[in-house]
Structure formats: C-alpha cells, structure tokens
Design a binder for this molecule. Structure first.
Ligand code: SF4
Length: 367
C-alpha cells in the first residue's frame, strides 16, 4: 500500500510517522505550491472553494508519485467539506487514476467505519499497545509543533532582523520532525529554547494584537493564506490564531466522539448574532471576534475561501459585531487569483489603521 493524505500545516509530520509505524509505504504530500493549485483549479468545478482545489491538486501530485491509497476526512452538516472526498474521487477516476479512497467520518456517527478503515491501514503485525504508543507519540509531536509555532508568533513582532524568527522556527520544525522517540522530543524542546533565545529582540515592545480567524484550511495552512501570520508579525503585530491542529482535534473529533460540545465559548458568544448551524466555522468566527474584543485585541482578520458559505454568512454579521465591540475588522477572501503583494498592501493599511486607533484611544484616556 502506498498511502498519501492532504497537506495541512505541520500535521504531515505526525501522520507520516503513524502510517509508517502501521507498516505502510507513505508518499508524503508536498507543500502546496502554485503547481498544486493549478492542478486543482484545472480539474475542480469553477465554484469549488480553494481548500478543495488545493487538496485535489495534492492528490494529483501524490498519485503521480505512485500513491495508490488516499486517506482523508469527511464531515457532516451543511458545509460541502463532507462531500469533498466523494467528488474528488469521481474527478480523479475520470482523469484516469486508479486508487482507493479511505474517508474517516466523524466518530460519533461512524465509529464502526472508522475501525474498519483503520484496520485497512494496519499492514504489519503490530499490537494494540504499540498502536497506542504510536498515536501518543504523534500527539506529543504535534503538541510540541503547535507550541513552538505559538512561540514564533510572540517573538516575531519583537525581532531586530526581519525574517530571523521564521528561519529559527523552520529550523526547529525540522528538528522536531526528525524526533523518533520521547527523549528526542525532550531534546528538541531544549534546542528550540536555545534557537529562539538566539533571536535578537527589541525590549519593551507592545505590539498590536490581531486574531486570525475564519475557515479552518486557510487559517491553518500558511501556503493557503499566503503567509499572513508571517507578514503581520514582520509588520510588528502579535498574531493569535483561533485554531491549532491539537486544539482542533480536541474540540471536534474527541468532543464529537463523546458527544460533548466543542468550541463552546465561541459558539455561545455568537448566539445573539448567529444562532444557526451553517457548517464550517462561521459561528466560531463571530463568537471569537467577541471573545478577542473582550481580551483587548486591537483587530481580527477573517480569512475565507471565495464562495465559502459559512464565512460569507459570518462576513455579513462581523462588521456590526466589530463596531459594537470596538475591534478592528478586516476580511480577506482567497482564491486562486489572490496574490501575496495585494494581501501585503491590505495588511499594511490595516496595521496602520489599528495603530492610529490605539494611539487615539490612549490619548483620549490621558485627556
Ligand atoms: S467551510 Fe467553506 S471552504 Fe471549507 S469546505 Fe466548507 S464551504 Fe468550503
């Protein structure tokens, strides 16, 4: 079996380890590029959202590299994400690829299917204890990856030399990716501290605070949002992202399995403005805007794929919410035509606006 899966943030590192540990040959998905998107755009329906096009492009790239099995996730609810794999499988077969598509649906409704699908991916003699250890290690690796990414957001606005934090962060990710056991992870943690402490920083920086929210794929995958976090950090802003891989798994897959309510705070906060289930993370975008305003953030940026219904609904509500809670708001819609230079200009203008607003607020307080 030559297995592949979609690329999202650093998750490919841990997923590759699990699949290899289960005895599969893994064709790791390459980082999405212009070529990936061009394949996806060529074969996807024109109205499809950009995560659909990127993942479709990734599958074409990995099938060309020899993959014969695609592992992905499904979903329920009104958002079209739940139909991604069904449609992508049809498109890929029409182009002429032969492969098996394994889709993991939400655990609360499809636990038996999940177990059956998981068994297909166990291709060597491995005990249940070994499987648990494998998954546990992957979880620790992902947790550390999320931790060091969060730290990069804090350091970047204070860096003296532009780009130094990003270089340090990438070096650290490579070290964590090579970890084979818990001792290696402990060592990686120490090295990460050492590498970050060598980044020259300005003291007494009080950066603007901006939260990044919106649709999961474009929020979490830097190549999909054209590296908004890096750009904002280099413009001197501290960025907080509403979703990280480990948090997302706890708030969705695990809470779903035990019938708990994930992301409760954001959904609860959204109730006065948005109380309907519309799929995706539209409600969370509204709720998080309120929560970040209450935490004293200067602004929020909604990133949304062009044609993403949940985020279109949220976008129609967000200006009112932002106005009422006194927080800056910018919405960026992303499709295959979006360019980094255009986004950079909009981010510069937004940061400038927030800085002036903050200055004015402080002057009014003193007066
Ligand atoms: S949330 Fe939006 S972008 Fe994501 S799958 Fe649904 S419609 Fe597409």
């Amino acid at each position: 079996m030559k297995v592949t899966f979609p690329y999202m943030s650093n998750s490919h590192i841990a997923i590759t380890n699990i699949l290899e540990g289960l005895g599969n040959e893994v064709i790791p998905p390459p980082k999405p590029s212009k070529l990936t998107l061009s394949y996806g755009t060529k074969y996807a329906p024109e109205f499809a959202c950009v995560p659909f096009k990127i993942t479709l492009g990734t599958y074409i790239e990995t099938l060309e590299m020899g993959a014969d099995t695609i592992v992905s996730t499904g979903g329920v609810g009104p958002c079209r994400a739940g139909l991604y794999t069904t449609l992508q499988e049809k498109i890929l077969r029409n182009i002429g690829y032969e492969f098996e598509m394994i889709t993991f649906e939400p655990p609360s409704r499809y636990l038996k299917d999940i177990i059956r699908n998981f068994k297909k991916l166990v291709n060597k003699k491995v005990s249940l204890v070994e499987i648990i250890k494998l998954i546990w290690f992957a979880w620790e690796q992902l947790t550390l990856l999320d931790e060091v990414e969060l730290e990069s957001f804090k350091i970047r606005p204070c860096e003296v030399k532009r780009g130094e934090t990003t270089r340090a962060y990438r070096k650290i990710v490579d070290i964590i990716a090579q970890a084979k056991n818990r001792d290696d992870l402990k060592e990686a943690r120490k090295l990460a501290d050492k590498i970050y402490s060598s980044v020259d920083r300005y003291e007494d920086v009080d950066p603007l605070k901006i939260a990044l929210l919106g649709e999961i794929y474009v929020v979490m995958e830097p190549t999909a949002n054209l590296e908004i976090e890096e750009t904002l950090g280099e413009l001197g802003a501290y960025v907080e992202r509403t979703m990280f891989f480990t948090d997302y798994t706890i708030n969705n897959a695990i809470t779903d399995l035990f019938h708990l309510k994930g992301d409760r705070d954001a959904k609860k906060a959204a109730v006065p403005y948005f109380n309907e289930m519309c799929g995706g993370h539209g409600r969370e975008s509204v709720g998080n805007t309120i929560l970040y305003a209450e935490k004293g953030f200067d602004g929020v940026i909604q990133v949304a794929p062009f044609t993403c219904i949940p985020e279109i609904v949220a976008k129609s509500i967000l200006p009112t919410v932002a106005e009422e809670y006194g927080i800056g708001f910018l919405s960026i819609s992303i499709d295959e035509q979006t360019g980094k230079a255009g986004i950079q200009t909009r981010l510069e203008a937004f940061v400038d606006l927030l800085a002036r607003k903050r200055k004015k607020k402080r002057e009014e307080k003193i007066a």
